[in-house]
Ligand binder design. Structure first.
Ligand code: GDP
Length: 198
């Protein structure tokens, strides 16, 4: 799939005010600074569609972008820097959990994980929350250009081990991306296209 048009529609903190149009929706979420804005800009061929963290603004809201007039890319707020995380319900503002629990159009959540880091408690808790809430999700490992290919494979294997230790039966579908090099763009867009065709 090629993205021809990416149009900002609305930002809000109330799931009932999200667009009424029933298009399939793909949400992007992760810890602050994980590279979410850079990834969204890379996927949509925009320099500044999603605001990168240096720029204050709409980063604490649910942001809907309409892609090619047939699906929504949803940019969700980045979550805590806190090293000692609280339970997901406490970490996330209620409108975020409302979004995951109520938004029927949500087809898949993409959980962004910095490929360089060891598994973080807050991410594991969030992934567990998605499992409990039965939200389909994939993992996107970001910033792959920052480590060698061998380390990428080793870090993914370590992440898998961590998830299995946390009672996951298998490694969820995952993608490896680099926003600076364009890595993973085609795979991600093909995946979304495939789901949209089903
Ligand atoms: P956000 O807070 O999750 O939206 O993160 P940003 O997209 O603002 O990125 C945070 C920082 O990481 C910025 O300095 C980006 O330039 C940098 N960054 C993001 N993605 C990549 C990547 O794929 N490769 C490299 N080398 N740097 C990245």
């Amino acid at each position: 799939m090629k993205i021809n048009t990416a149009e900002f529609i609305i930002s809000n903190s109330d799931v009932s005010k999200c667009p009424l149009e029933r298009l399939p929706e793909y949400a992007f979420i992760g810890r602050s600074n994980v590279g979410k804005s850079s990834l969204i800009n890379m996927l949509t061929n925009h320099k500044n569609l999603a605001k990168t963290s240096g720029k204050p603004g709409k980063t604490q809201l649910i942001n809907h972008f309409k892609i090619n007039s047939n699906w929504f890319l949803v940019d969700l707020p980045g979550y805590g820097y806190a090293r000692v995380s609280k339970k997901t319900k406490e970490v996330f503002q209620e409108f975020i959990t409302d979004y995951f629990e109520q938004r029927e159009q949500l087809v898949c959540a993409f959980v962004l994980i910095d490929i360089r880091l060891e598994a973080q408690k807050i991410d594991l808790e969030f992934i567990e929350y998605l499992g409990e809430t039965e939200v389909p999700f994939c993992i996107i490992f970001t910033k792959a250009d920052k480590i060698s290919k061998g380390k990428v494979a080793a870090h993914i294997a370590a992440y898998r081990k961590e998830l299995l230790a946390n009672n996951w039966e298998e490694m969820p579908q995952h993608f490896v991306t680099s926003s600076t090099e364009g890595t993973g763009k085609e795979e991600l867009l093909e995946f979304i296209d495939g789901v949209n065709q089903d």
